[in-house]
Design a protein around this ligand. Structure first.
Ligand code: ADP
Ligand code: ZN
Length: 440
């Protein structure tokens, strides 16, 4: 099918050391962790022997996952520039257009064959060719599963919106390209504080726009006034797309996320928190707490209970500290509901339902028969009671640490990202052992 083959070709750019307009890591700022991860990936690719010895498939691609404009494409180009590994780069929007979206009918028809074509190409790169495919997306979960199998895009590397420090670094890059009336570091600091939720692309835009505004008013240098006008203009555009959160929302998110952070800190069996941030992430969750991934295949009843409390900590904090609840806990509540149904009706953790285990449906909410209406009613009641009990406990815990909670929330508003040592400064050493953060 030559037509489709050409579509795939057209969307793929071959990047290698000799491409013109080379990009390097220094051109991408505010995402050091992602850079490091991508370099490790490249390192693996340059040592395919290891994979062969282990008898495993050499990965041929990585998905860069993150919101639009965070520099996925730029980073992919920089990786090619730095590493000398030839890359096939599929840029974000093209990738999405090819494999998801549009209308259901067209997706089914066209995309399936495009997808297959891409897979054939990927599988066809000999193990020796060392060609790597990088693709960017902001919605990995709706990509066809076939793309994620071993030997294809079997590695996901996330890139988040920059925090305040990251934004400062990105501003520094783009301030160099325009003529400003003050020391660039004077501006990078102030502008970073004014632009929470902005991506690298938004920041590049601010600088460009500010220079345009200055030019229009026939001035020879860009001033704070021009920057402010540019930021306003870009916020206006972003608000339409619902990407920028208001001050009030930011506060709610900070208190919500401080709730997760603090409960996790004081619950013995909860997973310690790596970092908590109020930098908006993509579309779903506003804030985001990152925990040490639990490597245990088996979880105890205590662990699941504490995990439930920690997940409820966001809502509980909104209620206790702000006296107002928001829709921000939806995702948490969904998780808790699923988790609790599983404990009651799958794992045999509940005395009334006892040691019965029913297969779960795919959505995780409903168990499949065989059980009668009576058992069904018991399951529902027990799940409700468990969640209420966990919530009450969480509220108590938060009341106990109310002042520290508020301190964490305010610190979060100021710094946007908190790591374990920031938490320890306010909360004291965690009374329980911290697990070392695990790398893959
Ligand atoms: P994505 O692929 O994630 O949608 P792009 O890489 O296309 O984003 O970013 C668009 C532009 O925004 C880039 O060409 C660059 O000018 C700017 N940009 C985005 N992120 C960064 C960053 N982290 N550092 C520097 N510039 C950035
Ligand atoms: Zn939450």
């Amino acid at each position: 099918n030559q037509g489709i083959f050409n579509i795939v070709k057209a969307h793929v750019t071959k990047m290698d050391k000799n491409s013109k307009n080379k990009v390097f890591f220094k051109d991408v700022a505010g995402c050091d962790e992602t850079k490091q991860e991508i370099m490790e990936f490249v390192h693996f690719l340059k040592n395919p022997k290891k994979y062969e010895e282990l008898g495993t498939k050499i990965p041929k691609g990585a998905l860069l996952v993150g919101p639009p404009g965070t520099g996925k494409t730029l980073l992919a180009k920089a990786t090619a520039g730095e590493s000398g590994v030839p890359f096939l780069l599929i840029s974000g929007s093209d990738f999405m257009e090819m494999f998801v979206g549009i209308g259901p009918a067209r997706v089914q028809m066209m995309n399936e064959s495009t997808l297959n074509q891409l897979l054939v190409e990927m599988d066809g790169f000999g193990t020796t060719s060392g060609v790597v495919v990088l693709a960017g997306t902001n919605k990995p979960d709706i990509l066809d599963k076939a793309l994620l199998r071993p030997g294809r895009f079997d590695r996901q590397i996330t890139i988040d919106k920059p925090d305040i420090k990251g934004r400062e670094q990105i501003f520094r890059i783009y301030l160099k390209k325009i003529k400003v009336d003050n020391d660039p570091s004077f501006y990078s600091e102030r502008l970073a504080a004014l632009t929470p939720g902005f991506t690298g692309a938004d920041i590049a835009n601010v600088c460009n726009e500010a220079a345009l505004i200055a030019a229009r008013s026939e001035e020879t240098q860009v001033t704070m006034q021009h920057f402010e006008a540019a930021i306003d203009r870009i916020i206006g555009g972003l608000e339409k797309k619902n990407k920028v959160i208001s001050k009030l929302e930011r506060r709610t998110v900070a208190y919500h996320d401080a709730g997760h952070a603090v409960t996790g800190w004081f619950l013995e069996h909860a997973e310690p928190l790596l970092k908590v941030t109020i930098v908006p992430h993509g579309t779903a969750a506003l804030g985001f707490a990152q925990y040490v991934p639990n490597e245990n295949l088996l979880m105890t009843k205590e662990q699941l209970f504490d995990m439930t409390c920690m997940t409820l900590g966001g809502r509980a904090s909104e209620e206790v500290l702000l006296g107002k609840i928001s829709t921000g806990a939806q995702n948490d509540l969904e998780k808790v509901t699923k988790m609790t149904y599983a404990q009651v009706a799958v794992y045999g953790f509940n005395d009334k339902v006892n040691l019965l285990s029913f297969p779960q449906r795919e959505d995780g909410f409903e168990m499949m028969k065989p059980y009668g209406n009576k058992t069904g009613a018991i399951i529902d009641t027990e799940v409700r009671e468990w969640i209420s009990k966990a919530y009450e406990g969480t509220v108590e815990l938060i009341k106990e640490h109310k002042d520290q909670m508020a301190q964490i929330a305010e610190l979060l508003l100021e710094k946007e990202v908190l790591h374990q040592d920031d938490l320890a400064q306010v909360l004291g050493e965690r009374p329980f052992k911290l697990t070392e953060p695990t790398n893959y």
